[in-house]
Design a protein around this ligand. Structure first.
Ligand code: NAD
Length: 259
């Protein structure tokens, strides 16, 4: 097992990619704090882990709420005594062209991804610096490295998370903290299922065309990235034994984006 005796916190782990990574971490021996806006979702993930023989607790946490993030981190440290791995994964999407984008929608997306990543980072680093080190991880996207139409706040926020990740790699190095960002292509989660009809409407094409000609057009094999693909990268980055791998963006996108 690659994460034995490690304590991990994953935000937005009540469904989708976060839930899949939480399960993989637990199978690799980690104790996992499953945080989500939705307590029901977090509890379902945690119960699933416990049913498989793993160790998990559910935390209700809005990543945009400073007090909630600090309190959640404190709670898990009271429970397990430390924090080794923190993954800023919570996210939302909003589809609209820039000239029709409401300021409120811009702010909402930036707030969850970028402010949320900052709040988690600050709370987690305080614990990691006390423990002598740890691993900060960010759920970026291919959109941390390139743009698509209709996703301005998402693309801007994901680029911002790349900058935060790189800064933490520099600042955290002499305190034993490594920091990396995972950049997946399209994964069929509720976040993506919701945007297929929205993009079809905006672009005047069928849903099938959105999948084939927008989402998967530039992959090498016409395949969605899977939950297992992303989870494997997340385990690898969490378990990597040295600072040889820090400040990096790891793209897992079936060749959509080749760096
Ligand atoms: P999802 O919608 O299935 O899950 C997102 C989770 O985040 C939900 O459980 C939701 O309740 C939670 N969440 C939303 N706002 C929150 C908040 N303020 N505080 C705490 N939790 C909150 O989405 P997903 O596809 O699993 O996405 C997870 C992450 O992966 C996101 O950061 C997303 O941008 C990123 N990502 C997804 C894809 C993809 O194709 N699905 C690709 C690249 C990156």
């Amino acid at each position: 097992m690659r994460l034995e005796h490690k304590v991990a916190l994953i935000t937005g782990a009540g469904q989708g990619i976060g839930r899949a990574i939480a399960r993989h971490y637990a199978r690799e021996g980690a104790c996992v704090a499953v945080a989500d806006l939705s307590l029901a979702g977090a509890e379902q993930t945690a119960l699933g882990i416990v049913a498989e023989g793993g160790e998990a607790i559910a935390l209700q946490m809005d990543v945009t709420d400073e007090q909630a993030v600090n309190a959640g981190v404190e709670r898990l440290v009271r429970h397990w005594g430390r924090l080794d791995i923190a993954l800023a994964n919570a996210g939302i999407q909003h589809i609209a062209p820039v000239h029709k984008l409401d300021y409120a929608d811009w702010r909402r997306v930036m707030n969850v991804h970028l402010d949320g990543a900052f709040l988690l980072t600050r709370a987690a680093l305080a614990q990691m610096y006390e423990n002598g080190g740890g691993v900060m991880l960010y759920m970026g996207s291919v959109h941390s490295l390139e743009a698509s139409p209709l996703k301005a706040p998402y693309v801007a926020a994901k680029h911002g998370m790349l900058g935060l990740c790189r800064t933490v790699a520099r600042e955290g190095a002499d305190r034993g903290v490594r920091s990396n960002i995972i950049c997946p292509g399209f994964v069929r989660t509720p976040l993506v299922e919701k945007q297929i009809p929205e993009q079809a409407r905006e672009l005047g094409m069928s849903e099938e065309e959105v999948v084939r000609n927008v989402m998967l057009k530039h992959t090498v094999d016409g395949e969605f990235t899977t939950l297992d693909d992303v989870s494997e990268v997340a385990v690898h980055l969490a378990a990597f034994p040295s600072a040889a791998l820090t400040g990096q963006s790891v793209v897992v996108s079936h060749g959509w984006h080749i760096q």
